[in-house]
Design a protein around this ligand. Structure first.
Ligand code: MTE
Ligand code: LUZ
Ligand code: MOS
Length: 759
């Protein structure tokens, strides 16, 4: 089945927040943000801005009727700054005017008196000053200290990986409508409608039932709208309530890039111990997460770094420590992989370092340490249906890895100015929210009396195809064509108390809830069919709109059955709830069974580096991925390819540059480079591993949204291998931009001096 938004996307008729026809009396909002990264706000002069034609009002923290607080995990973030300014772009005031242009012009007339303070822009510096959010966490298994003492080889070093701009095509935005009796209806481009509803209630000091949040779809989220869609919706709601007018707030791209958080940059120190058979006997790592100026989701992201710090390897003696470091940049947030990629990058660096020293390729070490069935993860969960070795073997066979490696060697012999490298990137990603209570969902289904079906779930469509999958679930449960099913908007009045669409779990959680809801209604309908056809219900099933008895048509179709049910006063609606069974985690012991299952896969990435220019290209990426029994191979393939390219971008060309005043200099598409069609690999081949998925996933499929992003890490190491062929060593600093490659070739960074990574 094709993605249900295919035609409307291609013809430009899909609707987003900015496409909603303007309601009478609408005011447009522009957000005035802090001009400094750290300081104290002494005075705000609004007179000139208020005098600008068309300006209706300017709201500040003093206009907040409830709690001026939007922090989800830790209450450390005001909606609008009071006196302390913690990052450049931090919202201070909201200008409301009768046009977007007027609001923005007036915004530029706001004057401030600020006492500027020294900003902290590096996580290690924040750590040294004790600027830590939440508590430091340690995951540990075995006895690393003794294992290091006994290890034949021990290597230590450090590295870093940069942040990443989400660059959803639709920027952040919301449209709030005051309806009546203090009720607000908010259309928001959010992954978390309930988070918006809950936070609006808190900030406005009103009950949640006075707020309806509605989402048709997002033009991309990638985690950037899991939590950080909320403030813009709350600002729109605040102004709608105070002014009793519809309020539209859609960020312009430059504001979005300057004001919203990104993937967390990390720095790390590692130590790895191996025996003579290349077994990793011990691994120890310390992570410094650049959390930005407020907690946002950072503690949860940090936790997932710890869940994935051994990637897909079994390390008997392993320890990871991690701290969220408070710096004066935008609070960083969820981004596809949610801290997992950073954890995996670190161990891949440690492996590459050991490989350099031991004179083997990283592949030798990777292969010797892949997780096996029954191995224990450092957080206590035992690997079941472990597919690390199966994916590795499938890749080696299907990609004809040995031939590929031979071709790289001969290429390098024949070429002086350009060299090739190949890297393998095995992955393992845990599926479930690591906060156990978030693993729940709800679904509502109506069968109308004409047999057409309407479904609502808590899942938000952001391009990943979850709406398509929900339609497939309902069609399959009722035995009707997908064209008979309509998926409604995600709306807090139809499905309440939802988790954000995140953690790759939306299809599993909402699909299972929907399956139950459909089964309830279908069961009632089949009872009626059995009475009409005077036969055992167990002989009946529905397919392609027809009710079949012993697989033979009965003449009764789904439409007539629905109207018969209605006339017999049978309930044709149902709501169901689903909560993932068996997941738990004890954050005091740092032990438990946090994931319903794991997704595995392996990629081979081949890159060619031009030694004169420092440029590179990805010639080929081969992936063997554990999709389970995919319910939509087209959609899932798109997720695999898109995730890969987004991961390659993070590792290579996407460079966020903050100056030492905490100003983001790469704040536009002219200075922040995402992979385009030329930067994408010339060839991407994705093999579906032919193994059943998990019973915890919908129809034994497997979650697909995030895991493929981590294949992109292979891009860094493919380039690094190519550089080794030049006799140059690449320090473990990502992204590896063309400039960094050129420097590595030109300077022939001596091995062992992983320069630049550790200061
Ligand atoms: N794919 C598209 N096209 N757009 C997106 O915003 N977000 C990713 C992934 N794939 C995203 C995407 C992220 S971060 C997650 S968590 C999952 O989709 C969320 O959807 P799922 O739970 O249905 O997989
Ligand atoms: N969001 C979240 C996530 O709140 N918890 C998670 O565990 C998670 N994992 C991946 C992506 N988003
Ligand atoms: Mo995805 S980072 O879980 O929104």
């Amino acid at each position: 089945m094709k993605h249900i938004d295919l035609t409307s996307h291609v013809t430009g008729t899909s609707q987003y927040v900015d496409d909603i026809p303007l309601a009478e009396g609408t005011l447009h909002a522009a957000v005035f943000g802090s001009p400094v990264a750290h300081g104290r706000l002494n005075q705000l002069q609004l007179a000139k801005a208020l005098a600008y034609p068309g300006v209706a009002a300017i709201l500040t923290s003093t206009d907040v009727p409830g709690d001026n607080q939007i922090g989800g995990i830790i209450p450390d973030e005001p909606l609008l700054a009071e006196s302390d300014l913690h990052f450049m772009g931090q919202p201070i005031a909201l200008v409301l005017a009768d046009s977007d242009f007027a609001a923005r012009e007036a915004r530029s007339l706001i004057e401030v008196a600020i006492e500027e303070l020294e900003p902290v822009v590096r996580p290690r510096e924040a750590y040294a000053k004790g600027l830590i959010i939440g508590r430091e966490r340690t995951f540990s298994m075995g006895d690393p200290d003794s294992a290091f003492a006994a290890a034949a080889h021990v290597f230590e070093g450090c590295g870093s990986c940069g942040g990443q701009e989400h660059l959803y095509i639709e920027t952040q935005g919301a449209y709030a409508f005051p309806t009546e009796s203090g009720h607000l209806r908010i259309v928001s481009s959010t992954q978390g409608p309930t988070a918006v509803q809950r936070t609006v209630a808190r900030v406005l000091g009103i009950p949640m039932h006075n707020i309806e949040v509605d989402v048709r779809r997002l033009g991309g989220g990638f985690g950037g709208k899991e939590d950080q869609a909320t403030p813009w919706a709350v600002m729109a709601a605040l102004a709608a309530q105070v002014l009793n007018r519809p309020i539209k707030l859609v960020l312009h791209r430059l504001d979005d890039m300057a004001m919203t958080g990104k993937r967390h940059p990390y720095e790390f120190d590692y130590r790895i111990g191996l025996d003579d058979a290349f077994k990793i006997v011990a691994y120890d790592v310390q992570f410094y997460q650049d959390a930005g100026a407020a907690a946002d989701l950072s503690p949860a992201v940090l936790e997932r770094t710890l869940f994935h710090f051994t990637n897909t390897y079994f390390v008997p003696h392993a320890r990871a420590r991690a701290a969220s470091c408070r710096t004066n940049v935008t609070p960083h947030t969820a981004f596809r992989g949610f801290g997992g990629p950073q954890g995996m990058f670190a161990i891949e660096c440690a492996i590459a370092h050991a490989a350099d020293e031991l004179g083997v390729t990283p592949k030798t070490i990777q292969a010797a340490n892949l997780l096996a069935e029954g191995d224990t993860f450092p957080y206590g969960q035992v690997a079941e249906h472990a597919r690390a070795k199966a994916c590795w073997a499938a890749l080696a066979e299907h990609a004809k890895l040995q031939e590929l490696e031979a071709s790289v060697r001969s290429y390098n012999q024949d070429h002086v100015l350009s060299k090739r490298g190949i890297a393998l990137m095995p992955i393992c990603f845990g599926i479930s929210f690591t906060k156990t209570h978030m693993n729940q969902a709800g679904a509502l289904v109506h069968v109308y009396q004409d047999g057409s079906v309407s479904i609502s779930t808590g899942a938000v469509e952001m391009g990943q195809g979850v709406s398509t999958k929900m339609v497939q679930v309902a069609a399959r449960e009722f035995g009707i064509p997908a064209s008979s099913v309509r998926i409604e908007t995600t709306n807090t009045t139809r499905v309440a108390n939802t988790s954000p669409s995140a953690a790759s779990a939306s299809a599993d959680l909402n699909g299972k809830a929907l399956q139950r809801a459909c089964a309830k209604v279908a069961g009632r309908m089949m009872d009626v069919a059995a009475s009409i056809l005077k036969c055992e219900r167990s002989l009946l099933r529905t397919q392609g709109n027809c009710v079949l008895r012993d697989n033979q048509p009965t003449g009764l179709n789904f439409h007539d059955l629905a109207s018969a049910c209605y006339l017999q006063r049978v309930n044709l609606s149902a709501f169901s709830h689903y909560a993932t069974p068996g997941v738990h985690f004890d954050a005091n012991q740092e032990q438990g069974h946090p994931f319903a299952y794991h997704v595995y896969g392996c990629a081979a990435v081949m890159a060619t580096v031009d030694g004169l220019r420092g440029t590179y290209e990805f010639d080929l990426v081969y992936i063997a991925h554990d999709f389970g029994s995919s319910i939509n191979p087209d959609v899932d393939l798109g997720q695999a390819e898109g995730g890969l390219v987004q991961g390659l971008g993070w590792m290579t060309c996407e460079e966020l540059y903050y100056d030492d005043r905490g100003r983001l200099r790469s704040n536009a598409l002219s200075t922040y480079k995402v992979p385009d069609v030329y930067a994408a690999p010339k060839e991407i081949i994705v093999d579906f591993l032919d193994l059943p998925g998990s019973p915890a996933a919908i129809y034994q499929s497997k979650a697909i949204g995030e895991p493929p992003l981590m294949y992109g890490i292979g891009g860094f190491f493919a380039i690094r291998e190519a550089l080794k062929a030049f006799g140059a060593y690449l320090p473990f600093v990502a992204p590896v931009t063309h400039e960094r490659v050129l420097m590595a070739v030109a300077q022939k960074v001596p091995f062992g001096k992983h320069a630049g990574a550790c200061e």
